[in-house]
Design a protein around this ligand. Structure first.
Ligand SMILES: NC(=O)c1ccc[n+]([C@@H]2O[C@H](COP(=O)([O-])OP(=O)(O)OC[C@H]3O[C@@H](n4cnc5c(N)ncnc54)[C@H](O)[C@@H]3O)[C@@H](O)[C@H]2O)c1
Length: 376
């Protein structure tokens, strides 16, 4: 079997998530990075390629050149799938162009800048018949997958309450600094989109709720806060959720929760008990049955579901983390590209992207219109 030929757009020297994608692709053991457009600055892209031992012949100045040159190569050598790890406003045009030219896509979130773009991209994916993976990273953790399976098989009984929190504090220092050079693209509406906090991290919490419960949010009511005058976008907020069924939910999200690092928590409460998971302690899934002591599930044990166990490679007691979770999404991408049978939930896709864009759009609209309910 041959490794799948991977290309990348973004992810050059100093970039954050591109490096995680490369490590995840390597851990999955299915991909070989052969080229790409690694940086907006071509000189820096070449320096990066040199560091990574990637051929300069396949280090391109822009996406048009990459597509033209790759399509001219024999099929067996050509890039098959491209990871898009650029700032948000480039996801949609790049993904569309790649799919229309026959490349599979792994794309960062938020998927697009608007619901219209998201719905158009869904049509493009469907027409192409190609693989499109949206990297909602946290769905790759074995214990998150187990939570989904437990809820699906009815372990919680009737769901009565859902609560997801995503708190970070790193923006606090930037917002209270006098140094204007700390202009990060995430706070610029033209590059990041209509929301900072909800678009960057709140959408992960929303996705985690829909992924683990299998339930769809039908309405949102949001209260957002820019916190400081100079912020052009929300940096903090609370969103109430309604579902088709008689239970309520909450997304709490902040980039100004000073002292917090990457604190994503989800709790789902049902008539038979509750399940709780925390990203900073990802190898423990807590189940608290009604009127019984807490049970803690850990990866690498035969009592887990097959899906959770297949998402963990080491024997029990050897903790795996974010890279392995990310690698599970790449492993799913590889299966899809090779036409192998997929298990439900192996990667988040264009439908999750459409849902995410509806969430972000309606949360912003709810806040703007005076904190009113908006349909998703
Ligand atoms: N899934 C997750 O958990 C997760 C985590 C972090 C970031 N992200 C997402 O990943 C994306 C990138 O975030 P980041 O923090 O890595 O950003 P970053 O600023 O660290 O890196 C962006 C990279 O894109 C490159 N780039 C910009 N314009 C380009 C162009 N026209 N052509 C080619 N390359 C270009 C830059 O040179 C840089 O290398 C964002 O959409 C963000 O929301 C997702």
């Amino acid at each position: 079997m041959q490794k799948i030929k991977l290309g990348m757009i973004g992810g050059g020297i100093g970039a954050f998530i591109g490096d995680t994608h490369r490590r995840a692709a390597r851990i999955s053991n299915q991909f070989e990075l052969v080229g790409g457009v690694f940086d907006v600055d071509f000189e820096k892209a070449k320096e990066f390629a040199d560091q990574q031992a990637i051929s300069l012949d396949r280090t391109y100045p822009d996406i048009d050149t990459m597509i033209e040159k790759e399509k001219a190569l024999p099929e067996a050598e050509r890039i098959q799938v491209v990871s898009i790890v650029t700032p948000n406003f480039l996801h949609y045009p790049f993904a569309k162009q790649l799919l229309e030219n026959g490349f599979h896509v792994v794309c960062e979130k938020p998927m697009t800048m608007s619901v219209e773009e998201a719905e158009d991209l869904k049509k493009v994916v469907e027409k192409s018949g190609l693989t499109f993976v949206l990297t909602h990273t946290y769905t790759g953790y074995p214990m998150v997958r187990q939570m989904r399976e437990f809820i699906k098989e009815g372990k919680l009984g009737q769901i009565q309450r859902v609560d997801a929190q995503y708190y970070q504090g790193w923006v606090n220092g930037i917002m209270h600094s006098e140094d204007d050079s700390l202009g990060v693209w995430r706070f610029d509406p033209k590059v990041a989109g209509m929301s900072s906090c909800m678009g960057d991290i709140g959408v992960h919490a929303f996705n985690l709720i829909e992924y683990t419960t299998g339930k769809k949010v039908t309405k949102v009511l949001a209260d957002l806060n820019n916190v400081v005058e100079k912020a052009k976008l929300d940096l903090d907020g609370t969103v109430m959720l309604r579902f088709d069924e008689p239970f309520l939910g909450l997304v709490r999200s902040s980039q100004m929760a000073t002292g917090e690092e990457n604190n994503i928590n989800i709790a789902v409460y049902g008539s038979k008990g509750c399940l709780k998971w925390n990203q900073e302690d990802p190898n423990y899934l807590h189940f608290i049955p009604a009127d019984q002591p807490r049970v803690v599930y850990k990866p690498g044990n035969p009592y887990n579901t097959a899906f959770a166990e297949n998402s963990h490679t080491m024997p029990f007691g050897h903790p795996e983390g974010i890279y392995e979770a990310f690698a599970n999404l790449y492993a799913g991408a590889a299966k899809s590209i090779r036409g192998e049978e997929l298990q439900d939930g192996e990667f988040t896709n264009v439908d999750d992207g459409v849902r995410g864009m509806k969430f972000i759009t309606q949360v912003v609209a709810s806040n703007k219109d005076g904190n009113v309910w908006k349909e998703l």
